[in-house]
Design a protein around this ligand. Structure first.
Ligand code: 2AM
Ligand code: CA
Ligand code: CA
Ligand code: CA
Length: 269
């Protein structure tokens, strides 16, 4: 992608993310209709939908030849990643948004012919914007993030891990491997927003993030930002991510990535 064009897209994306965040913040105490999607705990609010529609209009008005892949379905039906594709999660952490009124983020990734060029994750209530352009490092607001440690061993690491993967009946991963991992680690955390979990890995607050089910909009921005500080982002079995389908994800500091995947993750299918 042409550098000048990339900078322009970045500046627009950043302005739209901040504007969308402001709208959410201003309405945080307004009554809202909450619906459920695939199951009773899969929540969506009108704010998720309005925010995605906001991006759809901005992108369509400004870049009619770009595509949008968004969680709430106001984008395009996409079968491949040719051209410029915006991958948007209008509110990542909807359950936190509803229950806690914090700990959620707007996530925007811009891909050119399948390569992640721009990533933005906005922690709306904390007013913290994580951003990256491929090859130019990652930022927390205006501050450049340092490269991640390649020294700290697994037994001194904190991993973002949802307790679901420790339930024997979970269909995705052998829970005993996950138990062994929990015993090995210094500790675990679960924030309930995949985008923020990537951002915290990039910031060095977490040493890694392991999950068995993510959609493209959950990691489109996060994977770009984590890679810009030297982290590794793959599927849990270390294969390349597939940006069009549900996937497992392991994002971590480079020196613990293979160890987590090889010694602890035993996928069921
Ligand atoms: P959401 O809030 O945008 O739906 C919660 O652990 C994290 O998982 C959030 O990032 C949430 O995104 C995401 N999530 C929720 N339901 C999911 C699903 N069915 N598949 C994949 N990710 C999901
Ligand atoms: Ca959702
Ligand atoms: Ca999400
Ligand atoms: Ca969402």
């Amino acid at each position: 992608m042409d550098q000048q064009k990339k900078n322009e897209i970045f500046e627009n994306a950043k302005a739209w993310v901040l504007e969308a965040g402001e709208r959410i913040k201003n309405n945080i105490d307004s009554p809202r209709s909450i619906e459920t999607k695939s199951n009773p705990n899969d929540l969506v609010t009108e704010m998720d939908q309005e925010t995605e529609q906001f991006f759809a209009k901005k992108i369509n008005d400004t870049y009619p030849d770009h595509y949008l892949l968004g969680e709430e379905g106001f984008g395009d039906e996409i079968e491949d990643l040719g051209g410029t594709v915006w991958i948007v999660d209008p509110i990542d952490g909807t359950m936190n948004f509803v229950h806690q009124k914090r700990n959620f983020a707007i996530s925007v990734g811009v891909y050119f012919d399948g390569v992640g060029e721009i990533g933005l994750i906005y922690n709306v209530m904390d007013g913290v914007l994580y951003s990256a352009k491929r090859g130019e490092g990652a930022y927390r607001n205006e501050e450049k993030l340092p490269q991640l440690s390649e020294e700290r061993p697994l037994n001194q690491s904190i991993l973002a891990l949802n307790t679901s993967w420790l339930i024997p009946e979970n269909p995705h991963v052998d829970h005993k491997g996950m138990e062994d991992l929990v015993k090995k680690l210094r500790s675990t955390r679960s924030y309930g927003s995949a985008a923020l979990e990537f951002a915290f890995v990039a910031e060095g607050l977490l040493d890694g993030y392991l999950t068995m089910t993510l959609m493209p909009w959950d990691y489109a921005a996060g994977s770009i930002i984590v890679r810009e500080v030297g982290g590794i982002v793959t599927r849990a079995d270390r294969e390349d991510l597939d940006l069009l389908n549900k996937t497992t994800v392991l994002a971590s500091r480079s020196n613990i990535h293979e160890e987590i995947s090889k010694d602890y993750v035993r996928l069921k299918k």
